[in-house]
Design a protein around this ligand. Structure first.
Ligand SMILES: [Zn+2]
Length: 320
């Protein structure tokens, strides 16, 4: 998607080369989800069948609930979600998703007309896009941090909400790291712009996993808590202010809110890196071992506790 001066898009459907050419038009019945004083207005556009529209609302409410497992409220005071149905040759139930920033923040999800609820629940796109609401617009240089946070959280939040098992979520993360690693060395992460998608997404996810682990092991904190503090102090103002936040300034702010150097230290290591990060220390801490059959888990108490603290199912504290 081409950014206009007042509209920034983060387009995330990995398989799609371009947004869909044809979507249904039409006014939408909107529903407002509320949690922790914040609101998510969800509209389904161009769907005349009330049962179908209700099913799409139900799907989105479940994905929105998954994001509440981070800190019990939506990160922004107000945001919109717009769901549109499309015909697509792409077999994915959600062939395209994007986050628009301009007049407020809006998540757009393009759903196949024939996608079933079971297919939609198994898809990552909605939780991925909703996870972009946790960070400010980070520009081209910070695309790896933005996509990385959404790629990390799409697995963590779905596991906590019971949409994936913790085992499936670790395997998804590990498979993503494998896809990023297999690309081999390339340009520095902060220079990749719109290219290098697999390394941008999964080296980015590695950044947030390493930050989360360092916060838990060194600071007695976690990523959810620091992002919650950021949302309280700064996120709405950053969303209203159309200047992009520099990724380094975002890392510094997260350090001020409790990271105490964790985010800047990792930022220095990642932003200029031309190779996929070495995650062996992270895997050792988590008790994860890869072998030809996939992942194996250590039952060492500290590793088990760390894995559970990140992925174990927990209530969303949804209030809607
Ligand atoms: Zn994304």
């Amino acid at each position: 998607m081409r950014p206009t001066p007042l509209l920034f898009l983060i387009a995330c459907a990995l398989a799609a080369a371009a947004p869909p050419a044809r979507a249904d038009d039409g006014a939408a019945p909107a529903r407002t989800l509320r949690a922790g004083g914040n609101a998510l207005q969800v509209s389904v556009e161009g769907v005349s069948d009330p049962a179908r529209a209700a099913m799409l609302q139900r799907w989105l409410a479940e994905a929105a609930d998954a994001t509440l497992t981070a800190f019990g409220r939506y990160p922004l005071r107000r945001a919109q979600v717009r769901i549109r149905q499309i015909d697509s040759r792409d077999p994915s139930p959600v062939p395209w998703g994007q986050t628009e920033r301009g007049d407020g923040v809006a998540v757009l999800l393009f759903v196949r007309r024939d996608a079933s609820l079971a297919q939609l629940r198994a898809d990552w796109t909605a939780v991925h896009e909703l996870s972009h609401l946790f960070h400010p617009y980070l520009g081209r240089d910070g695309r790896w941090m933005a996509e990385g946070l959404a790629s990390y959280y799409q697995n963590v939040l779905r596991a906590r909400a019971g949409l994936l098992t913790p085992d499936q979520a670790w395997r998804q993360l590990d498979a993503g790291f494998g896809r990023g690693r297999r690309l081999g060395p390339g340009a520095a992460l902060d220079e990749l712009g719109r290219g290098g998608t697999m390394r941008v997404y999964w080296a980015g996810a590695a950044y947030w996993l390493e930050a989360d682990l360092a916060l838990r092991r060194e600071r007695g904190l976690d990523l959810d808590t620091v992002l919650s503090r950021y949302a309280r102090c700064c996120l709405d103002a950053a969303a209203d202010d159309m200047d992009e936040a520099s990724p380094q300034a975002f890392a510094d702010e997260l350090d001020r809110l409790g990271g105490d150097g964790v985010f800047a230290r990792l930022y220095r290591r990642y932003a200029r890196s031309r190779e996929f990060p070495d995650l062996s220390a992270a895997y050792a801490a988590l008790g994860l071992e890869t072998d030809p059959n996939g992942l194996r888990y250590s039952q060492r108490a500290d590793a088990l506790n760390l894995r559970m603290a990140i992925m174990a199912p927990r209530p969303s504290n949804a209030t809607h």
